[in-house]
Design a protein around this ligand. Structure first.
Ligand code: GLA
Length: 385
């Protein structure tokens, strides 16, 4: 990490002609289990990963915010008081959207000092590892400190979500920002997305001789279009027809009534959410009582539910999961919003290269582009440095 921090400081110096005031960073996340449950006010179990977005910040005398990055040619610039979601576009909508959203949570954008930001990231974009939440969370903790807002991490998660919903236009939930802000080394974040209460859960992968392999299919996804919003709408319809505020309020005992009340497609969307919430709770229990070797079936069942009931998987993700399962993985599933992105596989350390070779071979055989594979570890959430 020291390398990218040095690069970010040097990048800042080159663009803005002075040293930054400080450096903040935030990680991407992998979701162990609990998919599409967040906006249904249910449970999730993500963890922050050892890939981070780093932001260098300098204060300005005026009320202007500028953002620059290694991955964009232009420096975006706007007066803080003129920030509005409809004025934001491209990648700068993420950092500028956070500044705007902080205004919605009490920052006086007409009075706080302006800032210059320079951003770099080692979180792969489009892999379903929340490169966007990493930007939002890094900028949110930086501005929260420099503008002396004193907002809690839970509130900063809401700020990031608001930026994503309004400035970027993706109707996503609270999971990614929460994982990026609350994650801890070797722990997953067990989050109740209704109350935002969270508990850390020991993963213990290394002690059990396991590693978490990410298989990035390279199939791109975009949650500000199409499928994600359609799934969300189905869930809201299901809750309305079942007479509950959110699908979180239903349990497996409600499935027979749901089958009577709902059309087949809505029923299957609802069944995914109900069973997935239960799988999150069961995974937490299994991790705490038996350890990570006991969670394999829950991971695989989650994938099958997303493939068949929620219908958010793609052939490449299914192939990655099946091939991992067939070659010694403890469990595997797609992770994130779906329609592309990455799968995760929990694998014995000594079997990892065999699984990678098998996945490469299976992708070649099916005529799919080669996936990118790497391991991740659970890491600390956002903060200074
Ligand atoms: C995306 C969204 C999250 C969550 C997941 C699916 O990552 O940003 O809020 O809904 O999809 O679990």
């Amino acid at each position: 990490m020291s390398d990218i921090r040095d690069e970010v400081a040097a990048g800042f110096q080159e663009i803005y002609g002075s040293a930054p005031l400080g450096i903040w960073s935030a990680p991407g996340r992998a979701n162990l289990i609990g998919e599409h449950t967040d906006y249904n006010e249910g449970f999730v179990l993500p963890f922050a990963i050892n890939r981070r977005t780093v932001v260098a910040l300098g204060a300005r005398e005026d009320g202007v915010i500028r953002v620059a990055s290694a991955f964009a040619d232009e420096v975006a610039e706007i007066a803080l008081s003129e920030l509005a979601p409809e004025r934001l576009r491209d990648w700068s909508a993420y950092p500028l959207g956070v500044a705007w959203a902080l205004g919605q949570y009490g920052a006086d954008l007409g009075a706080v000092p302006g800032v210059d930001l320079y951003i770099e990231s080692t979180v792969p974009v489009g892999a379903g590892l929340s490169s966007s939440a990493a930007i939002e969370s890094a900028v949110a903790v930086a501005l929260n400190e420099v503008w002396q807002l004193g907002l809690s991490l839970q509130t900063l998660a809401r700020v990031g979500q608001l930026a994503e919903n309004k400035a970027v236009g993706a109707p996503t939930g609270i999971m990614d920002q929460s994982a990026s802000l609350l994650g801890r080394h070797d722990q997953a974040v067990f989050l109740d997305c209704r109350s935002l209460e969270s508990e850390l859960v020991e993963l213990g992968f290394a002690d059990a001789g396991l590693e978490l392999l990410v298989i990035d299919t390279g199939v791109s996804h975009d949650h500000s279009t199409g499928g994600y919003a359609a799934r969300r709408a189905s869930c809201e319809l299901g809750a309305r027809l079942m007479g509950v505020p959110a699908l979180r309020d239903l349990g497996v005992e409600d499935l027979p009534r749901a089958r009577d009340v709902l059309d087949d497609e809505t029923f299957r969307r609802v069944r995914h959410i109900i069973t997935e919430n239960q799988r999150v709770i069961d995974t937490v229990t299994a991790l705490r009582t038996e350890g990570p070797l006991a969670i394999g079936d829950l991971l695989y069942d989650s994938h099958i539910s997303m493939r068949d009931d929620f219908e958010i998987s793609v052939s490449e993700l299914d192939l990655a999961v099946e091939t991992a399962q067939a070659n010694g993985a403890i469990g595997a599933r797609m992770t994130g919003g779906g329609f592309g992105g990455a799968a995760i596989a929990l694998v014995p350390s000594e079997g990892i290269s065999r699984i990678q070779v098998a996945i490469d071979g299976a992708f070649a055989e099916h005529g799919f582009s080669q996936p990118t594979m790497f391991t991740v570890t659970a890491s600390d959430g956002a903060g200074r440095n």
